[in-house]
Design a protein around this ligand. Structure first.
Ligand code: 5GP
Ligand code: MN
Length: 312
């Protein structure tokens, strides 16, 4: 069920114990939006706790209040009267679903999220869920402290590739500008987000060695086996190295997370990769999407390259 921003605000005002979560393999927008919302709700006098069923990449651990994020333990229960799911549809929150039976409120910006069977405020034009949380804070009449602004700016900056991707709009920059007025230091966030260890840069070299080109230079892909994936704290951003090839429309990265578990990332300049990902059981945005293929690295490559070929 689709609801308005006002209705989402009303549901938050009515709740007292809110469990906040976001998708597994959390990115800057997932962590930024949950941390910002936790602070906003606590300022309103509510109990608000974040549970995410995954580890958080090192770069994002620099965000204010990061240490508050918990991972659900086996059999754990959390007494909540609202489950707030950010930056994803509720099917990608892992075991957080088992923590509570509280009613669900979903706030997201993914086109593939249609709110089937749950209350959803979705703004597909928003570059990041953090843009929506900024508006929600205004709707709730809550102040944006420097710490909240830092979390929101990080989500917006990372989801737009630091204001370079096609989802960057005038509104995106206007909100970013307001956040800087609220106390954000853009260079501090850029420095934290771009940091890499030596092992990661060496891993990047290994990743680029797997580069393959398909369909007359229109598609470029990398396939990282488990040993290579293990060199990285996160594989986020690796795909950007090949997305930039001038002839390439669709770039992909397949990373083997475990035997027969391959994570797929896709980026495009034209083709709707959200559709391709959705057909393979995933989702995302028109120009950035992903899915998981439960098969070998070789098979995953074959399945994906075929699916992309059909969409070209
Ligand atoms: P990334 O390639 O950065 O992991 O993901 C690109 C975009 O697609 C992100 O917005 C992410 O949330 C979405 N996405 C990635 N994998 C999946 C998936 O398995 N299911 C869904 N619904 N969305 C995904
Ligand atoms: Mn996002």
């Amino acid at each position: 069920m689709l609801i308005t921003l006002k209705e989402a605000a009303t549901r938050l005002q009515a709740a007292n114990r809110i469990l906040i979560t976001a998708h597994v393999q959390p990115d800057g927008d997932a962590i930024g939006s949950t941390l910002a919302t936790m602070q906003i709700l606590r300022a309103m006098g509510k109990t608000a706790e974040i549970f995410i069923d995954d580890s958080v990449r090192r770069n994002l651990q620099a965000l204010p209040h990061f240490e508050q994020i918990r991972r659900p333990a086996d059999g754990e229960h959390f007494d909540a009267d609202l489950l707030l799911v950010l930056d994803t549809s509720p099917d990608r929150i892992g075991n957080v679903r088992k923590l509570t039976d509280a009613p669900l409120l979903n706030v997201d910006h993914h086109v593939t999220n249609i709110g089937d069977g749950y209350a959803l405020y979705v703004e597909t034009k928003a570059a990041a869920t953090c843009e929506i949380i900024f508006k929600l804070a205004r709707e709730l009449g809550e102040a944006i402290t420097p710490a909240i602004a830092t979390c929101l700016y990080t989500g917006i900056a990372t989801d737009t590739g630091f204001f370079q991707f096609s989802n960057t709009r005038a509104d995106t920059l206007a909100i970013a500008s307001e956040l800087i007025t609220c106390g954000v230091s853009p260079h501090f966030i850029s420095e934290q987000m771009e940091k890499k260890t030596l092992a990661e840069v060496i891993g990047l070299r290994d990743a680029l060695n797997t580069l393959k080109i398909y369909y007359g230079n229109k598609v470029a892909g990398m396939t990282l086996d488990y040993a290579t994936v293990s060199k990285f704290d996160s594989t986020e951003g690796i795909i950007d190295e090949i997305r930039v090839i001038d002839t390439v429309d669709v770039a992909f990265l397949i990373s083997e997370r475990a035997p027969n578990v391959c994570r797929v990332s896709m980026r495009s300049k034209d083709v709707d990769v959200a559709k391709i990902a959705a057909r393979l059981g995933g989702g995302g945005h028109i120009r950035a999407a992903g899915c998981t293929l439960k098969t070998t690295l070789k098979d995953a490559e074959k399945i994906l390259v075929e699916a992309i070929g059909k969409a070209l």
